[in-house]
Design a protein. Structure first.
Length: 221
């Protein structure tokens, strides 16, 4: 995984503004429109928001009654997420990348990862680490920038934050990459959703969402 912690550390203070802007807000609203009904239908339990960013999904799930753990590679993002959750403190806060699973995250009812797997070159390792954290029958919810967009980025993509260039890679150029990673992790696919969104004032395939359930026979490490 390319170290994107400096990218998101630099971006943390303005990240929520960006996500609500015309430039990126449509991707977020499309994701929420599909995933909120799914998550609202689940009986709350213990959940982890992997690569939580500023805590958008963590705060939403906490408001639904879930006990939340949060992880992220960026110290600054974690700090903002933790502040948002100060009245409902997470049972675990850990700075780590998606390919390094916190060893004490086990038996979860739900794991969610939003718009982050695109940066993991070894997506199978990342998905396996999330799957390990689930109890048998637990749900894994993945959303990401659609591979059609990632293919335009490539592994050398950068963004500019306050006149400084930071890495923003997109490694996974096919939907099958995500589906295979889930299958190889012992998670049965329940739904795959591909939806368009307005990106840079152009409507195109923008969001990929996959919901899966950990097999009752899947090994627990």
């Amino acid at each position: 995984m390319i170290d994107t912690a400096p990218t998101y550390d630099a971006w943390a203070q303005t990240y929520d503004i960006f996500n609500s802007s015309n430039k990126n807000g449509d991707i977020v609203s499309v994701e929420e429109r599909f995933l909120l009904p799914v998550l609202s239908a689940i009986i709350p339990g213990r959940a982890a928001d992997f690569a939580c960013g500023t805590g958008r999904w963590a705060t939403t799930l906490s408001g639904m009654g879930w006990d939340i753990a949060i992880t992220d590679q960026s110290r600054n993002m974690l700090s903002i997420a933790r502040e948002k959750l100060k009245y409902f403190p997470p049972f675990l806060v850990q700075q780590c990348d998606l390919e390094s699973s916190p060893s004490d995250l086990r038996g979860l009812d739900l794991a969610i990862c939003s718009f982050a797997l695109c940066h993991c070159k070894n997506i199978t390792s990342a998905v396996q680490n999330m799957a390990i954290s689930l109890r048998p029958g637990g749900l894994l919810v993945l959303s990401d920038v659609h591979p059609c967009i990632q293919s335009k980025w490539g592994g050398d993509n950068h963004i500019e934050i306050e006149s400084v260039r930071y890495p923003m890679p997109g490694w996974h150029w096919s939907v099958e990459t995500y589906r295979k990673a889930m299958f190889d992790s012992g998670v049965a696919e329940l739904a795959v959703i591909e939806h368009d969104a307005i990106i840079d004032e152009e409507r195109r395939l923008g969001v990929l969402m996959i919901v899966g359930q950990k097999s009752a026979s899947a090994a627990v490490s």
